[in-house]
Write a protein that binds this ligand. Structure first.
Ligand code: SF4
Length: 466
């Protein structure tokens, strides 16, 4: 197959700054082997660990833009579509007509810049080290098809055990270890540095930017307030670089913390509420006088911004505007990718009568995809979230789909007879191929004689900036 696109855009900067002293997330520590116990982790200096990786001569954090790997990605359908249905829709104002079915693709959808880059780096690692054992410390992204493709390339994905720990004992000194797009904890970085493995770090530069913000918090003696989910891999990694932190999942929890800053409160209640989401020995009575905001990049941009305003107002009220900079650190670490996909979904669903149904394509454990489904459900539009085309039965006209609340439902006769207007979008870790396969099943149900979409001639692919 001829390579049709060249995706070598490396836009964001990601300097390596780290933390003075890191502590593990209480419940969700992903550290693994006996050598990285919680006690030892307390003594790890995150900033120096990150800096030291470069000096090993066994560490890479940039794609090589290897054309063979890109060609393979295209062949495997794990990159941006350059010839298929989605590529053709992009050229046609995000619309497609196939018999009785009209499809409207959201303006922003699918792979974000950081996810495509991570998958590309994994493919390049396989190409660069054909004879070595390759491991990934986690799913590279939240997409089952892509992870399966990597397994087929003989890349071992280390699964989390029931107690949320990992066993890295099978990784040997000469092996290659890939860190996923959402990063790795400081304990993991240190473990692999010391183990003598080759390290391929696909951490998105926007995530690394958050780590730099957390580093600044420590330098300024601030507690990091992290907007995220305490069990999400990215937040686990970010928290591991912080000396003191509280993880808040939404505005309600942020308000609780703000109230505590202003008026104090019941310390035991605070520690119970955030039992899985604070650093070791956290004391809300003494550790909330200087704070900084950090975020999980897949959280809502608007919500993170609002949290920043809430904290700023709280600190100003407590210490006065002239002392704001002494007590509060706010840096721009927001990645727009998630918000852009949600804004596009609001636009797609703005007129409930304009579409008969919405298809949301993305991994069932992908939080940004679940938000897309949620938007559609709130609008009262029949909305079907699937992680792959295999959830759709052409023979039975049925679909196995997930709701935003996590229920798995089977709906029969889900495609009505006659003309059909379908809105479609996909999560930030979903390759275009997954959307194409889902739509092809829809076309096939509506028209049994449908045999597929003719690929278009090669042309440059639009590369997203996020
Ligand atoms: S959502 Fe943003 S931060 Fe996360 S991987 Fe994509 S580009 Fe990077």
């Amino acid at each position: 197959m001829r390579l049709c696109h060249k995706l070598n855009k490396e836009g964001a900067s990601h300097g390596l700054a780290g933390r003075r002293q890191a502590r593990p997330v209480r419940k969700a520590s992903v550290t693994s082997s006996a050598s990285v116990s919680g006690v030892e982790a307390e003594r790890i200096d995150g900033r120096s660990v990150r800096r030291s990786l470069n000096q090993t001569g066994r560490y890479t954090r940039q794609p090589r833009d290897d054309p063979v790997s890109q060609e393979k990605m295209e062949e495997h359908g794990v990159g941006y579509s350059s010839t298929g249905l989605v590529a053709q829709m992009r050229e046609n104002n995000n619309m497609w007509q196939q018999g009785q079915v009209t499809v409207k693709l959201a303006k922003a959808y699918g792979y974000c810049w950081g996810v495509e880059r991570a998958v590309r780096m994994a493919y390049e690692a396989r190409q660069a080290f054909p004879d070595k054992k390759l491991h990934i410390t986690n799913e590279i992204i939240h997409n089952p098809e892509v992870n399966q493709r990597l397994r087929e390339l003989d890349i071992n994905i280390i699964e989390e055990k029931e107690n949320q720990s990992k066993d890295y004992s099978e990784i040997g000194g000469g092996d290659v270890v890939i860190f996923p797009a959402f990063g790795a904890t400081v304990q993991e970085l240190k473990e692999f540095r010391d183990k003598g493995v080759q390290m391929v770090d696909t951490t998105c530069p926007w995530v690394a930017k958050v780590w730099n913000a957390v580093d600044t918090h420590t330098k300024k003696n601030c507690t990091s307030i992290i907007h995220g989910k305490y069990s999400h891999e990215e937040t686990i990694a970010t928290a591991s670089f912080a000396t003191q932190y509280v993880i808040v999942k939404d505005l309600k929890e942020a308000q609780y913390v703000c109230d505590y800053i202003l008026h104090g409160g019941n310390k035991q209640e605070f520690l119970t509420k955030f039992s899985k989401a604070v650093s070791n020995s956290f004391d809300p009575d003494t550790m909330l006088d200087r704070v900084g905001l950090a975020n999980q990049t897949t959280m809502l941009k608007g919500e993170t911004e609002q949290m920043g305003k809430m904290l700023e107002a709280t600190i100003m009220k407590k210490y006065g505007p002239e002392k704001l900079n002494e007590h509060f650190v706010l840096m721009d670490t927001i990645c727009d990718a998630t918000q852009e996909r949600q804004d596009a979904m609001y636009e797609l669903t703005a007129d409930q009568k304009a579409v008969d149904l919405i298809l949301v394509v993305g991994g069932f454990n992908s939080s940004n995809t679940s938000h897309l489904q949620e938007i559609s459900e709130h609008k009262g539009i029949p909305s079907f979230w699937v992680d792959s085309a295999s959830r759709i039965s052409v023979e039975n006209n049925s679909i196995l789909h997930k709701t935003a609340h996590g229920e798995l439902l089977e709906t029969k006769d889900w495609l009505k007879e006659g003309p059909l207007m379908v809105g479609v979008t996909s999560g930030a870790s979903t390759p275009d191929k997954a959307v194409e396969e889902v739509l092809e099943r829809v076309f096939k149900i509506k028209d049994p004689s449908f045999t597929g979409i003719e690929p278009r001639k090669c042309a440059p692919v639009q590369v997203p900036t996020h």
